[in-house]
Ligand binder design. Structure first.
Ligand code: ADP
Ligand code: NA
Length: 326
């Protein structure tokens, strides 16, 4: 049987960090082995919350695609493209809007939360973004959508939109996609809080080895371990959750024991973590260097992906127009 189709997008917020890798990209790498993957740069979605930040957008798109490829996303197996090069998504978005009740969008929990926090988000585009997401997914008739727990409500809207369209126009145009719940680690940043670019606590996927070293060396540790001779407690140390992800159990057991007995200092403890991150990054940097030296190649990968995506999107749109009577 053919591989089940999966559609997923990422907003271009610039160079990706280790949180993006462990929280999203690693899952894409798994999926590309088993599924028919359509992965896209969701630049319109970036505009739903950052419509005024024009100047960075193009660079952010390019940097992110390079990060995907650097991580090992395989352009021969995966269809890669940029959302804004696919006006077909916008046409479907407009047509789906006709039969979608506004209340379905207004009741999404994240919508209310966010506009309460930031009135500038009270735009038509921000209200409509889950419907645009539905169009992104339905236009390829995705069987599955990989989502974290917090995005499950969006897939539910996509399913409702598909069901309603099929019923209103009396044609089974859209299959209802299944949420593919992905359990991913929430990677802590340099301050122990969730790693995020805006928090300034991130290690970028392509940070140079010496930058990684400097960032980890200056990380705070157990605040109660003031002097080298004080015993520490990994449970209080922001470095420890990173060790859990990056260091093998045996090494970790040794570090924990030496921390509790003040046998080693915090810099000693950080060293294997620094090396593990640098090891993880080495193949990324190597692949990224190839692509950065050859921007035309990135361009062609996206051209080819756009062409493949467009063929599918146009076919769906023909069915949609026929169903509506256009
Ligand atoms: P968006 O706001 O569009 O979700 P983000 O940059 O916050 O963009 O995240 C993109 C993807 O990376 C999401 O799947 C998100 O869950 C994941 N991600 C971001 N930061 C982390 C992190 N620190 N740990 C795990 N996953 C993360
Ligand atoms: Na986010």
């Amino acid at each position: 049987s053919p591989r089940a189709r999966v559609v997923s997008g990422m907003r271009p917020t610039g160079a990706l960090h280790l949180g993006h890798y462990h929280g999203a990209l690693k899952n894409w790498l798994r999926l590309q082995a088993t599924h028919d993957c359509f992965f896209f740069v969701a630049d319109w979605h970036a505009l739903t919350t950052h419509y005024e930040q024009r100047e960075d957008l193009e660079k952010n798109v390019y940097d992110m695609v390079v990060d995907w490829l650097a991580a090992g996303i395989d352009p021969e197996r995966v269809t890669l493209f940029i959302q804004s090069r696919m006006p077909e998504h916008a046409e479907l978005f407009a047509l789906l809007a006709m039969s979608t009740p506004t209340s379905w969008l207004e009741r999404i929990p994240s919508y209310k939360d966010q506009i309460d926090k930031n009135r500038e988000l009270a735009t038509y585009g921000f209200l409509g973004y889950p419907l645009l997401q539905a169009a992104d997914i339905l236009i390829y008739k995705a069987a599955q959508v990989p989502v974290g727990e917090d995005q499950a409500a969006h897939v539910e809207v996509t399913r409702e939109v598909a069901r309603r369209f099929n019923r209103v126009y009396e044609r089974p145009v859209f299959p209802e996609p299944q949420a593919l719940l992905t359990e991913t680690a929430r990677l802590p940043g340099l301050d122990g809080h969730k790693m995020s670019k805006s928090a300034g606590n991130a290690v970028a996927m392509r940070d140079a080895p010496e930058v990684v070293e400097q960032k980890i060396r200056t990380m705070p540790t157990d605040p109660q371990r003031v002097r080298r001779v004080d015993a520490g407690d990994p449970a209080r140390c922001p470095v420890w959750p990173l060790h859990r992800l990056y260091t093998d159990e045996a090494t970790r057991a040794g570090l924990e024991q030496s921390c509790r007995s003040a046998g080693i200092g915090c810099l000693d403890c950080k060293q294997p973590l620094i090396e593990a991150i640098q090891r993880e990054q080495a193949p990324w940097r190597e692949r990224a260097d190839d692509y950065l030296a050859n921007p035309k190649q990135v361009h062609w990968i996206l051209e080819l992906g756009t062409e493949r995506a467009r063929a599918v999107a146009r076919k769906t749109l023909r069915e949609v127009r026929a169903a509506i009577g256009l």
